[in-house]
Ligand binder design. Structure first.
Ligand code: CA
Length: 368
């Protein structure tokens, strides 16, 4: 009786209790159904790239990412990869993903330097970090947080999308014996390296990979750099340039980027978001592994089968380029508060890691 009174006071009868019970169950059932629905829902994404479709290394990285995501999500998230120019021109990938024309994109930050100067620091900096150091800065040194802050106004979430390792210095039809030899040279060289060439008296040209061969062949440019032996051999650059210079002072460990439209990413259930994140991290490391394995064989082929003349930039040229680079990079940073913020973080990390790598990686490489 006592219990009935309490129920009566609360305005609930037995029927009311049953209804309340049903409500909780219904709510639970609705939640379960929503989770099941989210788990069953499939998503189709488009991924646009700056590379020719299936281009060795660079173009394979986004394909691998898409396959891994599909495999891990058991087909719930399918990503169709488009080569440069198939859906949007190669250098419009950033805008296309920002505007939602495609949910994802693969390219390199320095291609967007006209729009986002700070993006250059997330591809590569002349005489800056190598691949191992860049990944350290990005994932454990505050780099990725800054990168996300820089891309936030564009509705983009960036991820590291692979790294080439130290690139080659480029293809030339004349010898480079002094910095004077760079004067008047029209060279395809993107990003901050291009700014350095300009300061040294040359003319940098920003061209997507697919246009390099023709530009060099027709004399639109006098020289070019691309990536390293594996990728350069694929473009056949040895057919139109005599000298292959090293090291790639301008790109000591170029990071590629995987950009995802923020709204598209956030519309995915949590487990698919996690799959995207982990697949990106795997693709980032995988590309470096592939270059490490394939560059040497390609270099041997270039030298022994195609008679390429391999040359090292003279030490004096490298020293002068390093001095110019320090000035140019600091000046680029000064002009733009966002770049300055990224540069400060980057530089603090570099100064620290260089000291440790003097007595670890470098000491070991010199000793073996
Ligand atoms: Ca390059």
């Amino acid at each position: 009786m006592k219990r009935r009174n309490i129920l009566a006071t609360l305005g609930l009868g037995v029927a009311g209790l049953m209804l309340a019970g049903c409500g909780a169950e219904e709510k639970a059932a609705t939640t379960t159904a929503a989770v099941q629905k989210a788990e069953q829902q499939t998503y189709q994404w488009k991924l646009v790239t700056t590379w020719p479709k299936n281009f060795p290394g660079l173009g394979e990285a986004p394909e691998r990412f898409a396959k891994d995501v599909e495999r891990m999500s058991q087909g719930r998230l399918k990503i169709k990869v488009y080569g440069g120019g198939e859906l949007v021109p190669p250098l419009e990938v950033f805008d296309a993903v920002s505007q939602g024309t495609a949910e994802a994109g693969h390219g390199a930050g320095y291609y967007w330097k006209g729009k986002v100067p700070a993006a250059q620091f997330f591809s590569t900096v002349p005489f800056g970090l190598n691949a191992q150091e860049f990944n350290g800065w990005l994932h454990y040194g505050g780099g990725i947080e800054l990168w996300r802050e820089i891309y936030e106004p564009f509705g983009l979430v960036p991820f590291a999308g692979g790294n080439t390792g130290v690139q080659m210095g480029g293809w030339f039809n004349r010898e480079i014996n002094s910095v004077e030899d760079l004067k008047g040279l029209k060279m395809r060289i993107p990003g901050l390296g291009g700014e350095v060439l300009q300061r040294a008296g040359g003319t940098p040209v920003n061209l997507p990979g697919g246009e390099i061969f023709t530009a060099l062949q027709t004399g639109t440019i006098d020289a070019t750099e691309w990536v390293g032996p594996y990728n350069d051999l694929a473009f056949g650059l040895h057919k139109i340039a005599k000298f292959y210079y090293y090291p790639g002072w301008h790109e000591p460990g170029t990071a590629l980027e995987l950009i995802i439209n923020k709204k598209a990413l956030e519309s995915l259930p949590a487990d698919l978001q996690a799959i995207v994140e982990v697949a990106a991290r795997a693709a980032n490391q995988d590309l470096l592994d592939e270059y490490t394995a394939r560059n040497n064989a390609a270099l041997m082929e270039l030298v022994t089968q195609h008679g390429v003349q391999l040359k090292k930039f003279p030490d004096d040229v490298l020293n002068q380029l390093q001095v110019i680079s320090e000035q140019v990079v600091a000046e680029v940073a000064e002009k733009d508060p966002a770049s300055q913020k990224v540069y400060d973080s980057f530089k603090a990390f570099r100064d620290q890691v260089v000291q440790y790598h003097e007595i670890s990686e470098k000491a070991y490489i010199n000793a073996r």
